[in-house]
Write a new protein. Structure first.
Ligand code: M6R
Length: 608
């Protein structure tokens, strides 16, 4: 969310702060600012927009000379993204400045109290009350002031504070919002997360709740909010190779979610040429493609869910019947494969035992198999007759995200290709669809950058017992994947149902407060899904809806709505899955689960 970096030492502070903030950029933010003490006074530069703007405004920090400063990247909660709402915030004469992550919950009362005492507020933020409250209590003793303020505020905070009267010190404090401090031979650092300062020091202290740190250039002291000094042990951060590959992300899963725009681009773009789709790896002529009578998609887990979406898209665009099988079922059910059938197996790892067995079964019966595979040179890639690679790169987190997204777009390409050669998609429509495909990476990025809405929402469901996902058609396929994401990493029981099935049993499970996530991206089905939402709501459910921007009608039936940008309904899965991935992720993080390596699971299931 927001990022904090501070430095006091013998070096110039501004470039260090800018560098640290840049390492927190992935968290998302809408403005950035710095406060640097120049030897006489505190100077502040802040700007709405990317960190680059702040870098340009300060010539990489050069125009803000000084060896003590604090910086911040803000993601707006109270007040729109703007220069004035950006941090740092300061008191009337600019002698006290503060950067803050978190939310001051009683800021309205505090603001009223301070306004009554004559304080004037410039911004709409909750943070500005801190600057004025510090001013209100400041009688020459910064430590005492900070403790008094912390006793008055409710909510969460990680704070960096500068007093112009004490330019040789930075104060930091924390409650329910992460904060670390570190030290090297040149100075001391504060940061909201380790990667921000890892370049400068590996000697890190984790600040605990309701602790205060007083940092000087050559040492730091830790206190309780009652000013009692405490001793803390430092931790030497020794990133292993894996951690380094996380590129500063807390988990591989988060990093991989953020790689989805690239993954989708890499899987799509090489196959879109001159307003046409060219899938050389199919090794099939247009005549052969026209001869396909049926498609069998076989896969496990999320790859199966991608296959479910593939069924709706291929049937919708190419009018070829599609059967989707779980590989573990397919291999033993003596499936009926008739002439003209095409078998498609989908696998990220290319090593899944059941999928490999299904492939062998199909081949043994004399059918050509197309593999949609991520890992180059894997068993499935080697044994399939033809391979369409999803260019997602290595996926480390057990819960798949980017490989699933790549599988989806590979299936869209296949469906469009088939629809095109079979004359089911008109030229104009085809070109428009290519345009929609090209927009997907940016739209996914937009959804990722808006993650905070879902992150906040997720916090409420850390203690959930059961969660239900419902949807119709493609939305049912999305629900299956959304549900799997949640349960596999957070261990919360969750189920996905075709929304129309609820009345046939499941609805009896709905209790007061049960979360039902309703996915509604298909315009033809909006009204139907709304009816199902109303039914669960009437029985006490809390309804989270994931829908398209145009479907405002849903607000009548939903308690919380996440909108996805406009796209062709056949491609909506690629967008709707993003908030659901984030939901599963943040619930799991909130529960303290081992997100990347959930219990009992392996990345590649090489046994039956
Ligand atoms: O490597 P594969 O795509 O064949 O793996 C299939 C499933 O094991 C996999 O999708 C699994 O369900 C993941 N844990 C889902 O996140």
């Amino acid at each position: 969310m927001c990022g904090i970096v501070g430095y006091i030492g013998t070096k110039q502070a501004a470039p260090i702060i800018l560098d640290g903030l840049s390492r927190l950029e992935y968290r998302g933010y809408d403005s950035a600012g710095m406060a640097i003490y120049d030897g006489e006074k505190i100077n502040i530069t802040k700007s709405v927009g990317r960190l680059k703007i702040l870098e340009n405004l300060t010539h990489g920090g050069e125009t803000m000379a000084g060896i003590c400063g604090i910086g911040h990247t803000r993601w707006a909660t109270h007040g729109v993204p703007s220069n004035v709402n950006a941090h740092p915030h300061f008191n009337a004469d600019g002698t006290i400045t503060v950067v803050h992550n978190g939310i001051i919950e009683n800021y309205i009362q505090l603001r009223r109290m301070l306004t009554d005492k004559g304080y004037q507020f410039l911004s709409e933020t909750d943070t500005e009350v801190l600057a004025h409250l510090l001013d209100y209590y400041y009688k020459g003793n910064p430590m005492e002031t900070v403790t008094k303020v912390l006793h008055r505020v409710e909510g969460s905070y990680a704070l960096g504070i500068l007093f112009a009267d004490c330019p040789d010190q930075i104060f930091a404090a924390r409650k329910d919002s992460p904060l670390v401090v570190g030290q090297n031979q040149d100075g001391c650092f504060i940061a909201s997360d380790v990667p921000a300062i890892l370049k400068y020091t590996r000697k890190i202290y984790y600040v605990d709740n309701q602790e205060i740190v007083r940092l000087r250039a050559d040492h730091m002291h830790f206190y309780t909010v009652d000013e009692e000094e405490i001793q803390k042990e430092s931790v030497t951060i020794d990133w292993d190779a894996n951690a380094a590959e996380k590129a500063g992300y807390e988990h591989f899963m988060l990093k991989e979610m953020y790689e989805q725009p690239k993954t989708v681009t890499d899987t799509l773009l090489p196959r879109i040429k001159d307003n046409d789709i060219v899938i050389e790896e199919l090794n099939m002529t247009d005549d052969e493609l026209r001869g396909i009578r049926k498609i069998h998609i076989v896969a496990c887990g999320s790859a199966y869910h991608a296959g479910m979406t593939g069924k709706y898209v291929i049937e919708g665009l190419a009018r070829i019947p599609v059967e989707v099988d779980l590989a573990s079922e397919f291999r033993y059910r003596n499936p009926i494969l008739e002439e003209g059938a095409m078998v498609v197996v989908i696998s990220q790892s290319g090593e899944t035992a059941d999928t490999l067995a299904a492939l062998r079964e199909a081949k043994a019966r004399g059918f050509q198999v197309l593999g949609i595979v991520n890992v180059v040179g894997s068993s499935i890639a080697r044994e399939a007759d033809n391979v369409m690679y999803t260019w997602a790169g290595p996926e480390i987190a057990v819960a798949t995200t980017k490989a699933y997204s790549a599988q989806l777009v590979a299936l869209y390409l296949l469906a469009m290709k088939l629809g095109r050669v079979r004359g089911q998609i008109k030229n104009k429509e085809f070109v428009a669809m290519l345009g929609d495909l090209r927009c997907l990476p940016d739209q996914i990025e937009l959804l990722l950058n808006n993650k905070f809405k879902i992150q906040k929402f997720s916090n409420r469901y850390i203690g959930a017992k059961d969660v239900f996902f419902i949807g119709r058609g493609i939305d049912y396929a999305i629900s299956l994947e959304g549900s799997l994401k949640l349960k596999e990493i957070s261990y919360i029981h969750s189920e996905a149902y075709a929304a129309g099935e609820l009345k046939h049993g499941t609805i009896s499970l709905i209790e007061e407060g049960t979360l039902v996530a309703a996915v509604s991206t298909q315009p033809d089905l909006y009204a139907k899904t709304i009816s199902n939402m109303v039914e669960v709501k009437a029985r006490g459910a809390f309804v989270l809806a994931v829908t398209c921007e145009e479907n405002k009608e849903i607000e009548k039936a939903a308690d919380y709505v996440i909108y996805i940008p406009e796209t062709n309904p056949f491609f909506a899965n690629s967008l709707a899955i993003i908030p659901l991935q984030l939901f599963g992720y943040y619930v799991a993080v909130g529960k303290g689960c081992d997100v990347d390596k959930p219990r009992n699971l392996a990345k590649s299931v090489t046994v039956e």
